[in-house]
Design a protein around this ligand. Structure first.
Ligand code: SAM
Length: 371
């Protein structure tokens, strides 16, 4: 289906995701407690496990299989997986069970799996394997997983909608790189692409999870339809990135056509949209849907937004995530200038950030496979 792949910056250099993912870490740490509660309340591990005291079902196993979809290069995936395992283990002990754990780390084939696997925690008590490929297709055999986790990955679409580069379309998005501040036709095209992708995602996972298996999704979102993307932190960031590119058009470093033909394949979902998609799929129950506030966890960042150091930190985080896709289109040579220009817009970012919606811009969703 023409999935495009732009993994995070690999290795462990200055601009690597490994060194520049503390914002995502802080944001997903907000979700860790919710994951513990979801497992404690709704994840029935003993149903899947062989028991010495009772008659085990024919499908019983001694191993709980867990997948992290869109794991990137670490370290956040390790923290998240350990949290899931610790909680399942603590719950299993109550039932005198001690399962083994298998963790599948999934990301695009182009992900730097070498960096990921060389930094696997040495004291881990789980088996590990890589599963390369897009999560918008099938990744695992039928009914082979008990728990699926995905954090800050599902905002990536399989591709930018094609209509955005068609000048005759209502969705023509010339002069912008995203839908922040764009006409409704552009927003609708992004929304349609998200729905297509998410339907494939849910169909695949519904087949891969066992009945009773759990899926936890954490993703950036817009709290409701009254809030536009230009009022949430990610939208402001993409807006300023677009403005930095347009500055470079003015100085002749890149062409207007290059900007017109580039669109970020990223979508911020609204909770109601996710609810509709899960209902349409029909194979999961929504056990919890909660809006959390990642800005509270990145408070130290927020506090220091007025300093140039933090401007650089924001630029480095954005670069770790976006350099792949941007350099693929604009060329690697302009990256230093682009992110220098972006970090010079920190003051504007700071003002808009202070005024924007920070409440409820992270969606936490717990689904249980029901049939
Ligand atoms: C911002 S990183 C988040 C990484 C990690 N979960 C974390 O919280 O730090 C998003 C990751 O999702 C991956 N990703 C995006 N689309 C994907 C897809 N269709 N299939 C698999 N991985 C995907 C990207 O390659 C990237 O590594």
């Amino acid at each position: 289906m023409g999935n495009e792949s732009y993994p995070m910056k690999g290795g462990d250099g200055t601009f690597s995701y490994t060194k520049n993912s503390s914002f995502q870490k802080a944001a997903s740490s907000v979700a860790q407690g919710l994951i513990c509660s979801a497992i404690t309340d709704k994840f029935d591990a003993q149903k899947f496990l062989m028991s010495t005291t009772s008659t085990a079902p024919a499908s019983a196993t001694s191993t709980i299989c867990i997948a992290d979809l869109g794991c990137s290069v670490g370290p956040n995936t390790f923290t998240a997986m350990q949290n899931v395992i610790d909680t399942i283990e603590a719950k299993s002990k109550i039932h005198s069970q001690s399962p083994q754990f298998q963790v599948f780390f999934n990301d695009h084939t182009g992900n730097d799996f070498n960096t990921l696997f060389t930094s696997l925690p040495s004291n881990r008590a789980y088996f590990s394997a890589a599963v390369p490929g897009s999560f918008y297709g099938r990744l695992f055999p039928d009914a082979s997983l008990h728990f699926i986790h995905s954090s800050y990955a599902l905002q990536w679409l399989s591709k930018a909608p094609e209509e955005l580069v068609n000048m005759d379309s209502e969705a023509w998005n010339g002069g912008r790189i995203h839908y922040t501040g764009a006409p409704q036709g552009v927003v609708d095209a992004y929304c349609r692409q998200f729905f297509k992708d998410m339907e494939l995602f849910l169909d695949g996972r519904a087949r891969e999870l066992v009945v009773g298996g759990m899926m936890v999704l954490i993703m950036p979102c817009v709290p409701d339809e009254t809030v536009t993307h230009s009022q949430v932190p990610a939208g402001i960031m993409f807006d300023l990135l677009g403005a930095s590119l347009l500055d470079m058009v003015k100085t002749g470093v890149i062409s207007q056509g290059q900007v017109d033909s580039f669109n970020l394949p990223i979508y911020g979902v609204a909770p109601k949209e996710m609810e509709a998609l899960v209902e349409k799929n029909g194979r999961f129950s929504i056990e919890k849907m909660e809006l959390t506030n990642p800005a509270s966890a990145v408070k130290s960042t927020e506090d220091s937004l007025n300093t140039s150091v933090s401007g650089n930190a924001i630029a480095r985080h954005l670069r770790a995530g976006m350099e792949g896709i941007l350099s693929n289109h604009f060329g690697v040579d302009i990256m230093d200038e682009l992110f220098d220009r972006f970090s010079q817009k920190t003051m504007e970012f700071s003002e808009r950030f202070n005024a924007c919606h920070k409440q409820g811009t992270q969606l936490f969703l717990t689904l249980v496979k029901r049939k």
